[in-house]
Ligand binder design. Structure first.
Ligand SMILES: [Zn+2]
Length: 424
């Protein structure tokens, strides 16, 4: 069994050209999000690719023009051996018109040992590596004892939960690996949730009533929603500072858990007292916290702030958390993911990494967020492990090292093989 694996790993070396061609093919599908709704063709390619390798295919529209694809390769001893989800997103970061690329972002070039094109690092490189590993396993006639599930999802770049849809559809496994940009580190992540806080007056007043609501003897119990929102913002800053002082997580600089007042909207016209003000905030939290916990902390704290103000006490701020898309409903959630370094799959992954790279795998945390959090949220043990550097993700002339891509392919191949050969 080990000899067969060694032979396969060698194949990656001999057939590097094919690996690069597969990556180039994926980059050529123009799948930027925004604008999104453009992954149909690419996802059909993945579906056909997997179907040829014996996978049964489930393809469904998350949005029109943006289908998810899940391929399931049933293990030959499915109930006795460990199962694995390999997950990646097909959408890539948008390309602005004024971005000055050396060449067409969707016509990849290979130059000085790197492949350049939109999505090379984030994350068509990881997709190509994992798919090529699957191709080699198939061609060698190896039948994995445990189930292998490949998920190609949409919408990750705009906070659309293609991966959540997979979880909701019931796909689960003993472990999930998200092949997103991690520079071959094994990573967990903090989480992000956006929210809207609304301060709203029950009545709308004319500008001329301001004197009566703010000066002695005016007797008008009213307020400007904009002015009251400044108290909310102050409250958020106090809580943010408190979190920075009191919370920490290994691998993150202190104070990574920020509450950003990102957008404010309020008032209707200069002839009125502002009767409504809405604040859009972005909350970052640590891997050992959930979005339910941190949003409750924020609500409790702001409620206390409101209780200390006579008008806000009667007109308490309203919270709306998350959302399913930054382009459809201006909201998103990326749950956190904590990697359990003692989990047998993480050990297997570390061993696979070491066997190829001759050095210990680094287990740490991602400075950004991926779909990995949805597995954490669903209670499926998971880790992020992919090729490419974050500094290249979303960048002009986005690139991935061919050498690292080949190493990754060998390593993920080894991991898939070994984990799906692990008895339950
Ligand atoms: Zn990504």
């Amino acid at each position: 069994m080990e000899d067969r694996l060694k032979e396969l790993v060698k194949q990656v070396e001999f057939r590097q050209e094919e690996l690069i061609q597969l990556l180039e093919r994926l980059i050529q599908y123009k799948t930027p999000a925004p604008p999104a709704r453009n992954t149909e063709e690419a996802q059909q390619f993945i579906a056909s690719f997997l179907e040829e390798k014996g996978f049964s295919i489930d393809k469904w529209d998350v949005y029109p023009g943006d289908p998810n694809v899940v391929g399931v390769l049933k293990g030959v001893r499915t109930n006795q051996y460990k199962s694995l989800i390999v997950n990646g997103h097909m959408d890539v970061a948008e390309v602005d018109e004024d971005e000055n690329w050396n060449s067409d972002p969707f016509l990849p070039i290979v130059q000085d040992g790197v492949v350049i094109g939109r999505g090379a690092a984030d994350m068509k490189g990881g997709m190509a590596g994992a798919l090529f590993a699957i191709q080699l396993l198939h061609e060698s006639g190896i039948h994995l004892p445990g189930d292998l599930i490949f998920q190609s999802v949409i919408g990750e770049e705009v906070g659309e939960a293609g991966t959540l849809e997979c979880c909701r559809r019931g796909y689960t496994a003993d472990f999930a690996v998200v092949v997103d940009t991690s520079d071959l580190h094994i990573q967990g992540q903090g989480g992000v949730i956006t929210g809207w806080i609304t301060v709203k007056s029950k009545r709308t007043y004319h500008d001329a009533t301001r004197r009566e609501m703010i000066y002695p003897g005016g007797k008008l119990f009213g307020a400007s929603a904009i002015e009251k929102m400044t108290k909310v913002i102050q409250g958020l800053q106090e809580l943010e500072r408190h979190w920075a002082v009191m919370k920490s997580y290994p691998g993150y600089p202190a104070g990574t858990n920020t509450i950003n007042p990102a957008v404010i909207e309020g008032g209707r016209h200069a002839a009125f007292i502002a009767d409504e003000c809405r604040l859009w905030i972005t909350v970052h939290f640590y891997p050992n916290e959930t979005y339910e916990q941190v949003t409750k902390e924020i609500e409790d704290h702001i409620q206390s702030v409101a209780n200390a103000d006579p008008w806000l006490r009667e007109n308490p701020p309203v919270f709306e958390w998350g959302g399913s898309s930054m382009i459809e409903d201006r909201g998103e959630i990326f749950p956190s993911l904590e990697v359990d370094a003692d989990h047998p799959a993480v050990h297997t992954l570390m061993d696979a990494h070491k066997s190829i790279l001759n050095q210990q795998a680094i287990v740490d945390v991602s400075p950004t967020v991926t779909d990995g959090g949805w597995f954490g949220d669903a209670g499926i043990p998971a880790a992020i492990y992919g090729p490419g550097k974050l500094q290249h993700a979303h960048a002009i002339n986005e690139e991935i090292s061919v050498e690292q891509l080949a190493q990754y392919t060998k390593s993920i191949l080894t991991f898939i093989y070994k984990w799906c050969h692990t008895a339950k």
